[in-house]
Design a protein around this ligand. Structure first.
Ligand SMILES: [Fe+2]
Length: 174
């Protein structure tokens, strides 16, 4: 599970590196594409993470939790499609982080108490993703308001997911 948090933190660091180069001019569309590709990578880590949790919850017969993670997976996948579409609109090529996905296929835990720890750690990962999206949104706002608005929608969904997970931690699990 820590691997997912590390992935998200690394992606957040890459976003910050790009942002630290300063604001883009209107002709620097390529910089919006770089940021959107980081958002895509971040989103795909989230898709995979939610999918792993769906499979794990299903294995422990935690039906409500499993259903919720399945829904998160589907909604995050739709967001990946929207980011890909926007990258193409800007004339860019979407870059998929297949390498990190390939390393995350193993089962994450063998007991339900370990699964509880996973959901707690997942909350931290979701919050790290939210922080990275917020920085991208602020940076894009002036140079590419359409992409900024798109990431704002995605951020709102991540906030909903974080709230659901907080609910699992405080109500369902404890
Ligand atoms: Fe999410």
């Amino acid at each position: 599970m820590k691997a997912f948090l590390t992935d998200v933190q690394k992606l957040g660091d890459r976003v910050r590196q790009e942002i630290r180069k300063g604001p883009a001019t209107e002709t620097e569309v390529s910089r919006s594409i770089v940021i959107l590709n980081q958002a895509l990578a971040l989103n795909m880590v989230c898709v995979l993470r939610h999918m792993r949790h769906f499979v794990t919850a299903d294995r422990f017969d935690a039906r409500v939790v499993a259903q919720e993670f399945l829904e998160h997976t589907v909604r995050e996948s739709e967001n990946s499609d929207l980011i890909v579409t926007r990258i193409r609109e800007l004339g860019g090529e979407p870059e998929y982080e297949r390498h990190s996905a390939a390393k995350r296929g193993q089962l994450e835990c063998s007991t339900s108490s370990e699964f509880e720890d996973i959901i707690r750690a997942d909350l931290a990962t979701e919050q790290s993703a939210i922080a990275a999206y917020a920085e991208m949104i602020a940076w894009l706002a002036d140079v590419d308001p359409i992409s900024s608005e798109l990431l704002q929608q995605i951020l709102s969904l991540e906030e909903e997911h974080a709230e659901v997970m907080l609910n699992f931690v405080t109500v369902v699990i404890t």
